[in-house]
Design a protein around this ligand. Structure first.
Ligand code: FVH
Length: 297
């Protein structure tokens, strides 16, 4: 029998355990299942109910959270008990693509379930803290119905009815994160190449610098949304001649310091393409068109 205040969590890896623990801490009745059963032990000691199968976990609650490695494992785990999903809400917090989310939503609907897709913007240690937020997409009424439980995990951000949006934004943010850390590792590689330089030393300055640079981003975003095609405001960009001069110094120093020039060479290709398109200033909307392989001019 389904009742209020109950949530099932399927998948008890590092993230699934954090989600289940957060719900238990806030007084929810939590039923858990994981392929490797021992991973449920600590949660069961804290009051969770151990389901004997994923299907049993689905039957236990009207709200079923799934957090597994990938969509193949979601299918492997849920398919055998798919008929038990009828009347439930499946919230899939597994990392995947918009297309996978859309296909999973269709599959859930075919089995009589409502579906939200989610993208967790947190690490296990920050679940249920002010830092954590989670993207959701799908039917807003379903999101509103389950908002109280979802709020436990982190601030819920519903992006829209298009079920692929949460995955799209999740992957967009993770891609930016990867590139930011690539930049961090390059900065450290520069710093440690010289006596007196260190990772901690450069990071002490990199964090406030990047924080300051991040504040410009919404202005770029506004320009991109408003004028995909016109130029970025001159006061927040520099001329390409300045970029070329700095790039030459970065390349020369990287070579001297034994730092890879691969990314810097890519920056040179970008500058050359902007120049060939007739630009004399760096221009955010044009760079987005370049990343999207659209005509620049
Ligand atoms: N951990 C993090 O910081 C990130 C933060 C953002 C969101 N991600 C995504 O969350 C999903 C789960 O990640 P995780 O960190 O919990 O991952 P693991 O600790 O490796 O746990 C993986 C779980 O998936 C189960 N599993 C894997 N393959 C299968 C399968 N074929 N059949 C059934 N279950 C499977 C695994 O079970 P077991 O190995 O314990 O038996 C774990 O429950 C992920 O999408 C991240 O991208 C986390």
């Amino acid at each position: 029998m389904v009742s209020e205040g109950r949530v099932s969590v399927i998948g008890l890896g590092d993230m699934g355990r954090a989600l289940a623990a957060a719900l238990l801490d806030r007084g929810w009745e939590v039923t858990v299942w994981n392929r490797t059963q021992a991973r449920a032990d600590a949660l069961v000691e804290r009051g969770a109910v151990r389901a004997a199968s994923a299907a049993e976990a689905v039957r236990a609650s009207s709200l079923v959270l799934v957090c597994l490695l990938d969509y193949d494992s979601v299918r492997d785990v849920l398919e055998p008990g798919a008929e038990d999903l009828r009347g439930r809400t499946l919230v899939n917090l597994t990392n995947g693509s918009p297309e996978q989310a859309t296909a999973c939503a269709r599959w859930a609907k075919e089995h009589g379930a409502t579906y939200l897709d989610g993208g967790i913007m947190a690490i296990p240690a920050t679940i249920a803290t002010d830092e954590a937020f989670v993207f959701y997409s799908g039917d807003e009424a379903v999101f509103t119905e389950h908002r109280a439980a979802l709020e436990v995990l982190g601030t819920p951000r519903h992006l829209g009815a298009d079920v692929g949006l949460a995955a799209l934004y999740d992957l967009a943010l993770l891609t930016a994160t990867d590139m930011m850390y690539d930049g961090f590792h390059h900065a450290v590689a520069f710093a440690v190449s010289r006596h007196g330089g260190s990772a901690a030393g450069v990071t002490e300055h990199l964090v406030p610098w990047l924080t300051s640079m991040l504040r410009i981003m919404p202005a770029f975003a506004a320009e991109i949304d408003a004028h995909r095609g016109s130029g970025t405001a001159p006061q927040i960009t520099q001329g390409l001649d300045i970029h070329y001069a700095a790039l030459a110094n970065k390349l020369a120093t990287a070579k001297e310091a034994g730092v890879s020039t691969e990314q810097l060479e890519r920056a040179r290709v970008e500058l050359d393409e902007l120049t060939a398109a007739g630009l004399d200033r760096w221009d955010s909307p044009v760079v987005v068109r370049r990343v999207r392989s659209e005509p620049l001019a």
